[in-house]
Design a protein around this ligand. Structure first.
Ligand SMILES: CC(C)(COP(=O)(O)OP(=O)(O)OC[C@H]1O[C@@H](n2cnc3c(N)ncnc32)[C@H](O)[C@@H]1OP(=O)(O)O)[C@@H](O)C(=O)NCCC(=O)NCCS
Length: 152
């Protein structure tokens, strides 16, 4: 497995496994190719968008973006938002952990102070994943848990 920057030609493959996540009830945002390009790979707020690839297959991706003042906390300057999506057949193999190492490094280089993850309250895998990466819960609503990672 290697971690590299996502490129536009990754979008169709990413869209394919986002649709699998949607079908499994684990994603509620759009999953089409245009959304992947506009909101992740070619986002104007992008700090880093990485993919994990193994023998030409994209196993997952992670998006790190400037928060642009719209984090749940109300903080903007220095804050970033993160999103992680792993191909279901590649889950729990260390892909998310490897992606976060790249994102954390990019956050440090971009002078990010805090990274926010907003997770559905009924998504135990994602809650456990972000806990394992060092995120701490700082706010909860009826349906969502907001976790924050303080960049060292
Ligand atoms: C949540 C998700 C990103 C985790 O990615 P992953 O590549 O499977 O995670 P890793 O294998 O790198 O796991 C790292 C650590 O996270 C925790 N973890 C990950 N998946 C877990 C699970 N299903 N149950 C319990 N802990 C889990 C563990 O501590 C794990 O370390 P360990 O395997 O050494 O015990 C992935 O399952 C996913 O994409 N889920 C669907 C989409 C989603 O919910 N994204 C988050 C939206 S906010």
């Amino acid at each position: 497995m290697r971690i590299r920057d996502a490129v536009a030609t990754d979008a169709p493959e990413i869209s394919t496994f986002l649709k699998e996540l949607t079908a499994a009830g684990k994603r509620k945002s759009p999953d089409d190719v245009g959304f992947v390009l506009a909101h992740y790979i070619e986002s104007t707020q992008k700090i880093k968008c990485s993919v994990a690839e193994d023998q030409g297959v994209v196993l997952g991706f992670q998006s790190l973006q400037h928060a642009a003042g719209d984090t749940t906390s109300g903080n903007g300057s220095g804050w970033a938002v993160i999103g992680t999506h792993i191909r279901p057949s590649a889950a729990r193999r260390g892909v998310g952990r490897a992606l976060f190492a790249a994102s954390q490094s990019a956050a440090e280089s971009a002078d990010v102070t805090d990274i926010e993850a907003t997770i559905a309250a009924d998504n135990p895998e994602a809650l456990a994943y972000y806990d394992a990466m060092g995120f701490k819960t700082y706010k909860t609503t009826e349906n969502q848990v907001c976790k924050r990672f303080s960049v060292p």
